[in-house]
Unconditional design. Structure first.
Length: 220
């Protein structure tokens, strides 16, 4: 057989095989994208507040808290693309933490009271002592108003089906994490200010991907 004929045959079949492989890769990748209907929900604890939970019912961020909010915004802006849903607790420290990312994506912050910090059955002076006891308890024997608060947070989360970042509080994050891991403890971990806890929503189910960074911190 002529050498040139053999060369032409091999060249033709190589190109055909190579082209076929490229087509298969493209189709597979596109199918995978179409098949992946998962969404991601990030729970961001607000930045450091200027006053503690027992000193002010709605403090603003401290200077350090503002720096923390800008830092976490820079990180999240690289992980998400518009359109992105941003939800915040109505409390000032959470809204201020959400502001840099909302400005970056030029989007509106949705305010949802379901992600507001836990309600205290006592006055401001007794809140800190009450919270310390509460954090060592379980949900099993809590009063109705606290159970209702917990269920409100979980119900709102279950309605989310798109990529969303929620700016919220210590106890809200613990409520959600506890539910995901099947724990009745009121506190499962101690998320630091501006820590990010990652969830995935897929096939009508939430799963916990990653707990946020933990540091000893004041609940505020």
């Amino acid at each position: 057989m002529d050498v040139m004929v053999v060369y032409a045959f091999l060249r033709k079949n190589f190109l055909t095989t190579y082209f076929f492989r490229i087509v298969i890769i493209i189709i597979t990748q596109r199918f995978a994208v179409m098949k992946d209907k998962s969404s991601y929900v990030f729970l961001v604890r607000h930045g450091e507040a200027i006053a503690s939970w027992g000193q002010d019912p709605d403090p603003s961020l401290s200077r350090k808290g503002i720096e923390q909010s800008e830092a976490v915004s820079s990180i999240l802006s690289k992980r998400f693309q518009a359109p992105l849903r941003i939800i915040s607790s109505p409390l000032l420290r959470a809204m201020q933490t959400a502001a840099p990312l909302a400005n970056y994506f030029d989007t509106t912050i949705e305010i949802d009271p379901a992600y507001q910090e836990i309600i205290s059955p006592h006055g401001l002076a007794k809140r800190q002592a009450w919270l310390k006891r509460f954090m060592e308890e379980t949900w099993e024997f809590q009063p109705k108003e606290l159970i209702d608060w917990r269920m409100m947070s979980l119900a709102s989360l279950k309605n989310i089906q798109t990529c969303t970042i929620i700016y919220t509080h210590f106890m809200v994050i613990n409520t959600i994490v506890g539910w995901l891991v099947g724990s009745e403890a009121t506190v499962s971990f101690r998320p630091a200010n501006c820590s990010v806890t990652e969830l995935k929503f897929e096939q009508d189910k939430f799963t916990l991907l990653k707990l946020g960074r933990e540091l000893p911190s004041v609940v505020n």
